[in-house]
Design a protein around this ligand. Sequence first.
Ligand code: KG4
Ligand code: ZN
Length: 336
Amino acid sequence: EGSLITLALESSCDETSVAVVRNGREVLSNIISSQVDLHKKFGGVVPEVASRKHIENISCVIDEALEEANITFKDVDMIGVTYGPGLVGALLVGLSTAKALAYSLNVPLVGVNHIEGHIYANFIEHKELKPPFICLIVSGGHTHLVHMKDYGVYEVLGKTRDDAAGEAFDKVARALGLGYPGGPLIDNLSKKGNKEAINFPRTYLEDKSLDFSFSGLKSAVLNYLNNNRQKGIEISVEDVAASFQQAVIDVLVDKTITAAKRCSVKKIVLAGGVAANSGLRELLTARCREEGFELKYPSLRLCTDNAAMIGCAAYYDYIKGYRADMYLNAVPNLKL
Ligand code: KG4
Ligand code: ZN
């Protein structure tokens, strides 16, 4: 009857999420239980605390996802689950639950790469979107520039050599005393600041390289703050936020446009938590218009970690014939 229902689980970091997805792109429910408040007081995600909270949460989140989708376990045709990259203890909670479900319901299990999941968020948002395209994946853990040639077929053109873009946002936010997660806070403050106030370094690396590096920029911001604080000079948090954000965005946008030109691809896709950044969306939109590229990005809720994107990726892996068995293990440093 052409209807395949995926129950998808995501627990790679600090979000316990469960979704019900029909035929890959139709989201019947996408429940996200965030642990952000729990980790806030530590200024970042504490892995052991995250694992324990996932265990507490996951059954309830599954029930909620089924209820909102108005289905029961009997309607589930397959299980999709993130098996890496991420925090090993956190991943194992989702993975063990997924295996138990697949075994007891006697349905196929499909393991999903979390980075791939972020890309697939775009297929949910944009029903007509198809590869090939260039995808910039920017999150708390990853900064990848990828040529997606077909479903499941990727050429990694560049990635970060040190900090991920989101990590840089979070670390700078912490130095500014803003709290966690820092990305959205810096994004908001930037709107009130002058992005040309401070000329922070843009790291392009070797000529033609599509790799990224954000640790130098992060150090430059920390040095700027320390120097001014030592001298008793007043700091404009808004200007620092805006200038830092612009330095990140300039490099991300330049390299993405270069990648699209080099691969002769007309479509560009944004993914990952930092894809929620308003400055990045604005500048990339403007540059794509100038250069004649089509740009797609997911809505804010689908940018950050969620299980719907995992359900979508699992469906396309399933169509390709991929099945996992009960030996599937968590792979904390899984590559795309
Ligand atoms: O994709 P995600 O939810 O988790 C990972 O897989 O890492 O991304 C989280 C990251 C965090 O570093 C957060 O600060 C960043 O995305 N982020 C943002 C914004 N919203 C979330 N960074 C910049 N601007 C935003 N509006
Ligand atoms: Zn993520």
